[in-house]
Design a protein around this ligand. Sequence first.
Ligand SMILES: [Mg+2]
Length: 466
Amino acid sequence: MSARILVVDDVERNVRLLEAKLSAEYFEVITATSGQEALRRIRLAQPDIILLDVMMPEMDGFEVCRRIRAAPETMHVPVIMVTALSEVEDKIAGLEAGADDFLTKPVDDRSLFARVRSLVRLKMATDELRLRLQTGRQLGVLEPGQLIRDQDPRNADILVVEYSEISGRRTAEILAGDENRVTVVRSAAECLAAVAGKSFDLILVSMDLGEDDPLRLLSQLRSNKITRPLPIVAIVDMEDKERFEKVLDLGATDFLARPIEKSELLARVRTQIRRKRFQDQLRQDYEQSIAMALKDPLTNCYNRRYLDAHLGGQIADAHDKGKALSLLMLDVDLFKSVNDTYGHAAGDAVLVELARRFTVTIRDFDMLARYGGEEFVVAMPDAGPRIAGMVAERLRRAVADTPVLVGEQEIGLTISIGVAHTTQAADRTDLLALADDALYRAKADGRNCWVDAGDHATAQMRDAVG
Ligand SMILES: [Mg+2]
């Protein structure tokens, strides 16, 4: 997972130290040594995450953070405050200025990487939504100037999972003081039953659940469709350093150390709720306004018009960020014979079922579009040849391994796939052409297979040399 990280600190030595640590983990690092410089760098270089020193002359970290949050084009960028002080008041001031998280100097490597990785995942999901919204605007489907306002962080439905009855009650009382509606449960089973029966805005999970394994519960909540998009805050014992990293890797969006400090609990919960509502609004604006106009009515995938409009933006974004984007072009083998043998209604049913299989096989932020009759395209942001090849193989098997059932009829099908990458193509037309060439090669190779345009070029050279 690559990301561009801006490190801001007025002490050059601190900047270099963090830069070295992050570069060693293959993050791209840019730096600034003052608040003013940081704001300039943010506008020009569009970092994915900002590590921000609190104590700086002239403009301190709190003020920088407030300005980042006030500007519509930067308000969504995650900010981690880095402070020499571990005073609770500083944390609260930072969270209230809009920081997502905190690290205390000297910065511990493991908590640094765990927090950065967790925020990069969040940023990627938000970016993809913002980009889609932008495409909607370009097509004139959305009203221009539809602003995402600062979200109200109160009045939320919160589920607290806490084995200790006393702790649970105390946490609930603090949260209820912020006009939230709080449900407290005491076990993993009760938690899963609660989320199935009611929708929540946030879940707080204690890492002490008596007989139950709280880490297992975390990963269950992350793999569950209903709870996957929810912020999950883990409550961890202060001494349990190992857990901090583990809970973030398992999908908690934040954690709190015990003993729970009232204003820190409220500040962290507000930050998470605000973020969730921001994302919800992005998703809602987007879905309501454009999905209808830009989807293929048969398969409910995006249509070609949307792909043509969106892909250019995705490629430009990939080039800007120095990331790879991969494109898969899929074609159902010998599809004409399905229509000829079983009729067009059966042909349509087959396409609907294949689109469903493609949708559940690709990653959440990949985009599936119906490109033509029985031709589909998958655009995969932040994926190079290895991941694209893995997904192509999964897609191939999703079709070849299980016949499609239409009425009583089992229809055995296969697909061929061409794979291309932005590292090989300058623009949308080139990229589509490369994928198309690779698809043609896959057909020529006997179908039911995928071919990477890179390997294709190598093979052509080999053929040419003889
Ligand atoms: Mg400083």
